[in-house]
Write a protein that binds this ligand. Structure first.
Ligand SMILES: C[S@@+](CC[C@H](N)C(=O)[O-])C[C@H]1O[C@@H](n2cnc3c(N)ncnc32)[C@H](O)[C@@H]1O
Length: 280
């Protein structure tokens, strides 16, 4: 029996099959940001549009994804969707692997890589029970995934397991106490994918607790208001003309804890690896 089998016995592996099936079915029919696309799905124009929209909205991301420090590294993205971020990591020189529960996502991610003339290993796989060996990757990235999975703690254990000692996990969940969550409740406007079969928002404290397998974690709230292309009418006008402007006048240091995206940078240390073997 391998150490990973000892550490993750079947009884502790993701359980609720019905929920896992519902999550997969939902994401097979709800491609993230699809509503913005005007080009036929799967074309170069389609992927370019998704890329442009995403990085206009998530202004903190391009710099992170294009970092030279990923060059030559083994990088895994869990829940890669259509591969918008993974394409950027690949362009930055990382050797990339992308997995997703949804077949539609992996299908489109393969097209995205082909349209961009890039190489990447793309596979349908559950991030809560990965088939990769222990200590396989230098970087594991999961952006907007833990909050939609059935067993987030199980996914974190798996991410920790497949990371090499010295490797880094880069993760994002939604902030329960953010400007966007409060605004959506106040204005009675649903957030994207609020109807997903599993969705959990985290406080900073809850996110830290989830990241317990990692001893060294840095958290950074990100994602502040930008003009919305999706919301029209009176509510859209109030948001775009008033709220975005007023919020962005406030000192960022003051409002930072209210960022919608809680980014975590978690390091796996050699001692954590030894610790796990000792208790296995
Ligand atoms: C909101 S989308 C985010 C996609 C992409 N990371 C992005 O930021 O555009 C959530 C993705 O997580 C995937 N997902 C949810 N649970 C998963 C799991 N257990 N294993 C792998 N992928 C999962 C879904 O299929 C979906 O593609």
């Amino acid at each position: 029996m391998t150490t990973s089998e000892l550490r993750y016995p079947v009884s502790e592996a993701p359980t609720n099959q019905a929920l896992a099936d519902a999550i997969r079915d939902y994401w097979n029919s709800h491609i993230h940001d699809l509503e913005i696309a005007t080009h036929p799905v799967g074309t170069k124009g389609f992927f370019d549009e998704l890329d442009e929209y995403r990085f206009d909205k998530l202004r903190y991301l391009p710099q992170l994804l294009a970092s030279e420090r990923y060059r030559g590294k083994q990088l895994l993205e869990v829940g890669c969707g259509v591969g918008t971020d993974l394409v950027r990591f690949a362009r930055a020189g990382a050797n990339v692997t992308g997995i997703d529960l949804a077949e539609t996502s992996i299908d489109l991610a393969r097209k995205n890589f082909a349209q961009n003339g890039l190489q990447g290993k793309l596979q349908v796989m559950n991030g809560e029970a990965m088939s990769f060996a222990d200590n396989s990757f230098d970087v594991v990235y999961a952006h907007g995934v833990l909050q939609y999975t059935a067993d987030a703690a199980g996914m974190i254990r798996e991410i920790h397991r497949v990371l090499k000692p010295g490797g880094q996990a880069i993760l994002m969940v939604y902030n329960k106490y953010s400007w966007l969550n409060a605004l959506s409740k106040l204005m009675k406007v649903d957030l994207e994918h609020e109807d997903a079969p599993a969705l959990r928002k985290y406080s900073i404290r809850e996110f830290r607790r989830l990241l317990q397998p990692f001893r060294q974690v840095r958290l950074a709230p990100e994602r502040f208001p930008v003009i919305s292309r999706l919301h029209g009418g009176l509510k859209g006008a109030l948001y775009n003309q008033l709220f975005v402007r007023a919020f962005n006048v406030l000192p960022r240091a003051l409002v930072r804890p209210l960022g919608w995206h809680l980014m975590a940078f978690a390091e796996k240390h050699v001692a954590e690896q030894q610790g796990n073997h000792a208790t296995a």
